[in-house]
Design a protein. Structure first.
Length: 413
């Protein structure tokens, strides 16, 4: 099933249900005034050019950059290195702060294999053997993950250890890595409004030396709601809000204190920007970061292979359908349906196709549990792995039927 994979999404265009970019709208008070040009309130910050399919997908979606190309677009939102960012307030010795962190970062590139698209983000190295912390939306939908270690310049293939869609945290393992520089992890417990910070990451997804965005902490314990055009929504809470020019590609990168310790993970941004004639982006905005104490607690749970209602360990199960909310879809059925996950497409050779599920069918139950939207289906499927069998209640033109499907191996969700 295809859901928001944390990358720019496309409408159904003869293919995969996908990415309408969740727009982040924080609760009252209202967000800062928008600037001239295309201003969005979005999740930060994976750069991508397409979508992928999976059994259980979801998470948070960045600015729509170029959803129809099959590779990172030549005119993607890729600002120059410093001083290309808009600076707000500079911590003392910004370059010194960055120098402590840069060798312990990786530039992540993912292949969203079902459409041969690519996406990019950032990761924080937690162990010398290549355990890396990043956002779930950076690796959502990935059928292949590679990472370039900034410290040694080597490229590694990576596997997903686990992820938490609800908190937008993921852990990947670099293959055959050793001797890597490890990020100095601090604590978010003592972070206060007015603290100087530096947001570091793979801005624009262009790779190379990390970009640096200095700024200050403006608020704590912030909540942002991701709502899509179909009315579904997700929420992140307890975030650190900063006045810093966080940009696409920074997702999963570190928010660093003035003394060079990681205190958060860049995750979302309220960002005003516009493209100039040279194809570069200008502007600035408010960034949001997951407190590092929260992110590390989830990382430890994942590393210990402790699955939960929100934490998925290992490979994802793959159903192989594209879905949309029933109330906004036109299926082949003769009666209107307000609940369920309407099938807008089926992947050739997928478990769904083998089970006889076709376009226009509506999934209304999974193992006896009600499916009232694509989001519910996504959440229910998160608990399953390749090889697991699930029973789906499917509303078809011939009436409701129960079909048993054995899930295949799919992309990270």
């Amino acid at each position: 099933m295809t859901e928001p994979y944390g990358y720019p999404q496309m409408q159904d265009q003869g293919g995969y249900h996908g990415y309408q970019g969740y727009q982040y709208q924080p609760p009252p008070p209202p967000p800062p005034p928008r600037r001239t040009g295309r201003t969005v309130l979005t999740v930060a910050l994976a750069v991508a050019a397409g979508v992928a399919l999976g059994a259980a997908a979801g998470g948070y979606i960045p600015t729509l950059l170029n959803s129809q190309n099959s590779s990172l677009p030549s005119q993607t939102y890729a600002p120059p290195r410093q001083p290309g960012r808009t600076e707000t307030q500079t911590p003392q010795d910004t370059s010194g702060v960055a120098a402590k962190i840069d060798p312990a970062l990786v530039d992540i590139t993912t292949t969203l294999g079902f459409q041969q698209a690519q996406a990019a983000g950032t990761g924080i190295v937690l162990s010398a053997t290549g355990l890396v912390l990043t956002n779930n939306h950076v690796i959502n939908g990935a059928t292949r993950i590679s990472a370039v270690d900034i410290g040694n310049g080597q490229t590694y293939q990576a596997a997903v250890v686990g992820y938490d869609r609800s908190h937008d945290v993921a852990v990947i393992q670099l293959e055959n890595a050793s001797g890597l520089a490890v990020a100095p992890i601090g604590s978010s417990a003592g972070v206060a409004q007015g603290d100087s910070i530096v947001a570091i990451g793979n801005a624009g997804g262009v790779g190379g030396a990390p970009s640096v965005a200095p700024g200050t902490v403006t608020a704590l314990q912030q909540a942002i709601t991701a709502s899509s055009e179909d009315g579904t929504s997700e929420q992140l809470t307890g975030l650190i809000q900063v006045a810093a020019d966080v940009q696409p590609g920074d997702s999963g990168g570190p928010l660093v204190s003035a003394d060079g310790k990681v205190i958060g993970m860049d995750t979302a941004a309220s960002q005003g920007f516009q493209m100039d004639r040279g194809g570069q982006a200008t502007g600035g905005g408010q960034g949001f970061a997951i407190p590092i104490d929260q992110a590390i607690a989830i990382e430890k749970q994942i590393a210990a292979h402790q699955a939960s209602a929100t934490v998925h360990i290992g490979d994802s199960g793959f159903l192989g359908v594209n879905v949309q909310v029933a109330s906004t879809a036109r299926g082949r059925r003769t009666q209107d349906t307000t609940n369920g996950a309407v099938i807008s497409g089926v992947v050739q050779g997928s478990p769904a196709e083998a089970a006889g599920i076709t376009q226009g069918d509506v999934i209304v139950t999974l193992n006896g549990r009600t499916v009232d939207s694509w989001n519910t289906l996504t959440n229910l499927l998160t608990a399953f792995h390749p090889g697991d069998r699930v029973t789906l209640g499917v509303d078809t033109p011939q009436g409701q039927q129960n079909v048993t499907v054995q899930l295949a191996k799919g992309p990270a969700q």
